[in-house]
Design a protein around this ligand. Structure first.
Ligand SMILES: [Zn+2]
Ligand SMILES: [Zn+2]
Length: 381
């Protein structure tokens, strides 16, 4: 069987996934559909929530390679008018339908190929959101015993990327040494004081005054490779003659170095503790999400780049580009398993996370070939 013989079938599967887009942690139909196909191809499949971990061992080698695709969509009403446009108010505006379809295509081909070792396929839930514990789909998987016991040598994944985000329109494939994408921390900070009549501030512990001092102090934290933004403030104030008893602010932090996350978290805690004591109020720092920076391992990225040069053509691949300030929870796998994350040019499409986005069917076959080649080269019989 030639890889190209599968392309039409998997473009149709991509369209089916697109039409039936589901939100993170709720990919029930998507996950069931993919699971059924994987079992049909001969993989062993285990569910971790709606995420799937599939594996297949051939011959005797103890080598193990993992490939990952995400499956979730976004709460955006699609404005494209394709025959396969999303049925509901949720759409694949990040192209995860293409990630899943291309990995499934590779799965079908590899199941019929000869390799020596263990192939692990991860169809991951919820790249775009976190659960009530503040953990994304990848973080839930990485914490699971099933993933830890697999102990893969390497893990690889990719994201489709509009050409406006690529180094230039000519490049089809991009990855780099070290940090590919920023990490992201989100905090909701609550200030609980004592409210009262606005004519008697001396009888109150005004949480808004403490909040103002807090914002001023955290804006003084300067780390070379990070940015901190206060993105929203609110209070329960309803009238001019009432001092609120509570106030809050939302903070977004982007980091390029995972050690910076710890430094920033400590600084926030220290500033909050000092203010809490000085102003005699209560400050609660609620970490909503903590996605690490995506940092490629040198060996894995070199291997992936050489594979990509064969698939996409040497002149269509680059390692020469800046990191992106967006975040990606593939980073959590990279904290446990050596690996590399890459971008594949989606051409001159609408931007990600917009109602006109669509994964480009022209890259599906190339992406599947990239996955296939990574496996056949690493688990060479
Ligand atoms: Zn996204
Ligand atoms: Zn995405």
């Amino acid at each position: 069987m030639k890889i190209e013989d599968l392309t039409k079938e998997f473009i149709q599967i991509r369209h089916f996934l697109h039409e039936n887009a589901e939100l993170g942690f709720k990919e029930f139909k998507t996950s069931a559909f993919i699971k059924e196909k994987l079992i049909e191809y001969g993989f062993s499949v285990i569910n971790v929530g709606t995420s799937l971990i599939a594996s297949m061992k051939k011959n005797t080698s103890t080598k193990k390679i993992a490939l990952r695709a995400d499956m979730d969509a976004l709460l955006i009403k699609e404005k494209n008018t394709f025959s396969y446009s999303a049925k509901g108010d949720v759409m694949h505006a990040c192209g995860h339908d293409g990630h899943s379809a291309s990995l499934l295509m590779a799965a079908k081909y590899l199941a019929q190929s000869n390799f020596d070792g263990t192939l692990i396929l991860i169809f991951q839930a919820a790249e775009e959101c976190v659960d009530e514990n503040g953990l994304s789909g990848a973080q839930n998987l990485v914490n699971s015993k099933i993933y830890q016991d697999l102990n893969a040598d390497f893990i690889f994944g990719y994201h489709n990327m509009p050409s406006m985000q690529m180094p230039n329109n000519k490049e089809l494939f991009f990855l780099k040494k070290g940090v590919m994408m920023a990490g992201c921390l989100s905090y909701e900070c609550e200030f609980i004081g004592v409210g009262g009549h606005s004519s008697q501030p001396n009888l109150c512990k005004n949480p808004i005054n403490s909040l103002a001092k807090f914002i001023s102090k955290i804006n003084e934290i300067k780390l070379k490779n990070s940015v901190l933004s206060v993105v929203g403030v609110s209070s329960d104030s309803k009238a001019y003659n009432i001092i609120s008893s509570s106030a809050s602010c939302k903070i977004s932090i982007r980091i390029l170095n995972n050690d910076d996350a710890l430094i920033l978290q400590d600084s926030l805690k220290q500033i909050a503790k000092t203010l809490q004591d000085e102003d005699e109020i209560t400050i609660k720092l609620n970490c909503i999400e903590n996605i690490p920076a995506t940092v490629n391992c040198d060996k894995a990225q070199e291997f992936a780049f050489n594979v990509a040069c064969e698939i996409f053509g040497k002149d269509k691949c680059t390692q020469n580009h800046e990191h992106l300030m967006g975040s990606e929870d593939f980073s959590s796998f990279l904290l446990k398993t050596s690996g590399a994350y890459a971008f594949i040019n989606n051409s001159n499409s609408a931007n990600l996370h917009t109602s006109k986005y669509d994964y480009n069917d022209d890259i599906l076959e190339l992406a599947a070939k990239y996955y296939i080649s990574l496996v056949l080269k690493y688990l060479k019989p």
